[in-house]
Design a protein around this ligand. Sequence first.
Ligand SMILES: Cc1ncc(C[n+]2csc(CCOP(=O)(O)OP(=O)(O)O)c2C)c(N)n1
Length: 566
Amino acid sequence: MELTGAQILLESLGREGVDVLFGFPGGAVIDIYHQIPNYPNLKHVLVRHEQGAIHMADGYARATGKVGVCLVTSGPGATNTVTGIATAYMDSIPVVIITGQVPTPLIGNDAFQEVDIVGITRPCTKHNYLVKDITKLAKTIKEAFFLAQSGRPGPVLIDLPKDLQQQKCTYSYPKKVSMRGYNPHYDPNVKQVRKVAELLCKSKHPVIYAGGGVISSGASKEVTKLAQTYGVPVTATLMGLGCFPGDDPMWLGMLGMHGTYAANHSISNADLILAVGARFDDRVTGKLSEFATKATMVHIDIDPTSIQKNVHVHVPIVADCRLFMEALNKEMAAIVEEGEGCPPKTKWLEQTAEWKAKHPLKYKPAAKGGMIKPQSVVEALYKITKGDCIIATEVGQNQMWAAQFFNYKKPRTLLTSGGLGTMGYGFPAAIGAQAAFPEKLVIDVAGDGSIQMCIQELATAVCYNLPVKIVILNNGYLGMVRQWQELFYEKNYCNTCMDVAPDFVKLAEAYGAAGFRVTQAKDLEATLKEAFATPKPCIVDVVVDPEENVYPMVPAGKSLTEMILV
Ligand SMILES: Cc1ncc(C[n+]2csc(CCOP(=O)(O)OP(=O)(O)O)c2C)c(N)n1
């Protein structure tokens, strides 16, 4: 069958099971757009800004576990996706980005809307391609999807010149991929499994430190089983939230800069840490030289380059987290069967429970008639939804409160930019998730600063009837930066006051969405319920206490136990 490059692309997306494409047209992809109506199984979501397209593809990928795909034109269309590509790269999210490129004879000539997107994105993609030969296009697409979702997942970019979209060649889609030099190692080594099982049995103060890799590898069930069967407390990174039920007695809460007292003290006193699919980010470790100094460190990760990068690891394990945890559970059962057993860590569990009880997450409640506390908004969201929804967040205090005061019980229910901390991520990511799950309640917890970064996607949400609910914790500040200025920069609130902002209710209405405002605590729950019952996209503008801070907090450069509590 002879097809044009544009047809080959769309046909191949179908073979990869892609059902939705987030994109924005332009001259360098017009041939692809010309063909889109011929592929009715492929739904195209027209965004308002290319940054929206990449974040939507990313949100779709995080919520579903499938590859998210976006399509943009050359030059500015391509560069507008870079922030989103870096966001996906930092959080190991499988996305495929298709960019149009100027015709091959013009490449390198400063042609209209030419940009070296392959060069620009080299440091923030898992791999990228400039396709120069039409006969290689199908194979390139196959490879791109394979790379995006195998091993440590990540973004892969395909730059497709306009003339190749028009050229024809015989189409056949490869069944398999083999790439020399790329062979992710999945299978656990039996001896290492045995060793970790023995270490766990011998340890007195073990902790599981779970990262986003637990979610992306699908290891949540196995991690949960291990923790519940042998009584091992679990803490998680921001990226790991949802991999372990937030209402389980073994749950310690998130660790790190805004982690719980119990999590940070447990890590600091652990004699064994099972780090699963986590990367020892500086927001997690605090002062590196004082991080978990008493522990034997076991690190399980699919990516060998993330092991020994930040901390010294005693037992480095390169394997798929799910397969390893599955093998570990089996080995533990065998040890118990052999009669050696795994003595319960009773004293340790008493200790961690005491830490939890002594310093739970808390905040100073609002004075009577006082302003709404932002934390109480997140608590209300949990109370109303009972956790049955997808939460996306923007970045800043809103993100940390959404992490702290909502109990995530299932993987893929929190979509947040962990590694890059991208303001403007949450709303388009929520749209991506809503496109995948039209029936689910999808809520973007936002700041009044962040929401203004991709607010134009309200038009997209309205256009496709994707009823995302944006809950703005409106403190009138770039709150997280203001908090740092308050605590560490003599309250010099330089350029963090956002007192000139749109009327978010009118703005929502202007886009054809619904708008609500809450200023009194007594109206909060009823308004949220009303918004959630509205079949349209909504903004709920909640006017909150402007100078509320996120606590606990480990100041930069301090150890995890040097926390500022409320
Ligand atoms: C694109 C981008 N620019 C700047 C920052 C730096 N930054 C981190 S948090 C923050 C404040 C966010 O303010 P807002 O969205 O109002 O949320 P709040 O902290 O008040 O909840 C800023 C400016 C960032 N993370 N991302």
